[in-house]
Ligand binder design. Structure first.
Ligand code: GLV
Length: 328
């Protein structure tokens, strides 16, 4: 009997998914709530045929060099900027991700952040818990409206579109979007959204939401210049990747009074947080949890597991990112 392929899961995951994987593979997993050191990750990865990664596990030339037996990395994330896809393809390593299953949940959270920062929800709760509430006041923690205002969405993939629908249909918002390519008219109608240049989006929107994939070209695409182009009192929400925003410029724009507030679920050096972000009041900061409902995270975990199982059983994958690898 052939030995089972070996897989490594470097971060905690659902016990039922690990159990399912154990019936197909020899599984090494880390259930500790402590990130494994890079050297340890490389050492474990060098011993296995497959990895179940997350967006925080970097798969690059350094790793591929020491993992000649590696055949597949199944990312439990839709974003895959942690993968050097070209290097993986050259090394014959299949990459997969988890699209679709997290779209609506992530859009819900983007909207939650938009509402929370516009209405100063977190600041208000701190105010109350700190026992600062003395009386009803006409301007107490006054925020900005969401309904009937203009939302600018940068990145109009599946998640951007789901956010646009919530905004246009549920909150009667005017929705502008900027994307590399304009969507077909029928999709734009469905989303109630109109394509504009980035400069126009920044100038016209009361709230700007980032929902685009990170790439080297998009690094710090929102910096001091772009923030200055936003409407005074505007809000910026990021549910995509931290590296899209220059965090120093963001704090400066808030401190100067130009921005009304911001909400971030993702950070450039996460899980480390720029200490200046922590000192700001009109902000909402969450630990990369936009897709985190148990239902959705379980779907993501099962899809990553299905990709591993299908690859080793049939040399097929459900959501491959570099399917050309399967042709060799
Ligand atoms: C989360 O950030 C994801 O890419 O799924």
């Amino acid at each position: 009997m052939n030995a089972k392929p070996k897989i490594y899961i470097p971060r905690p995951n659902f016990p039922q998914v690990i159990e399912r994987l154990q019936s197909h593979f020899e599984v090494v997993h880390n259930q500790a709530d402590q990130e494994v050191l890079r050297e340890q990750f490389l050492a474990q990865a060098s011993l296995v045929d497959g990895l179940l990664t997350t967006g925080s596990d970097v798969i690059n030339g350094e790793l591929l060099k020491v993992c000649p037996g590696l055949k597949i990395c199944a990312n439990m994330a839709v974003g895959f900027n942690n993968f050097d896809l070209d290097a993986m393809t050259r090394a014959g390593v299949l990459a997969t991700n988890t699209p679709d299953v997290l779209t609506e949940t992530t859009a819900d959270f983007g909207f939650a952040l938009l509402m929370a920062c516009s209405r100063r929800l977190v600041e208000s709760e701190h105010f109350l818990r700190d026992q600062q509430w003395k009386q009803w006041r006409f301007d107490l923690l006054a925020g900005q409206d969401v309904h009937g205002t203009t939302l600018g969405i940068i990145g109009m993939g599946r998640i951007g579109q789901a956010i646009a629908k919530r905004a246009s249909k549920g909150f009667d918002m005017k929705v502008l979007y900027h994307n590399r390519s304009q969507l077909p008219a029928s999709t734009e109608n469905d989303c109630g959204a109109r394509w504009v240049e980035l400069a126009e989006l920044l100038a016209q929107s009361d709230h700007v939401m980032l929902a685009l994939p990170y790439s080297r070209e998009a690094h710090h695409m929102i910096g001091a210049r772009e923030l200055a182009m936003m409407k005074p009192g505007g809000h910026l929400i990021n549910i995509a990747r931290g590296g899209l925003i220059d965090e120093e410029a963001l704090v400066d724009a808030l401190a100067s009074g130009h921005l009304g507030g911001f909400a971030l679920d993702v950070f450039e050096g996460e899980p480390k947080i720029n200490p200046r972000l922590l000192t700001q009041k009109k902000v909402v900061l969450t630990p990369h949890i936009a897709s985190s409902t148990l239902q959705t995270r379980l779907k993501m975990s099962n899809l990553a597991a299905d990709n591993l199982i299908s690859f080793f059983a049939h040399r097929k994958a459900i959501t491959p990112l570099n399917p050309q690898v399967l042709e060799f």
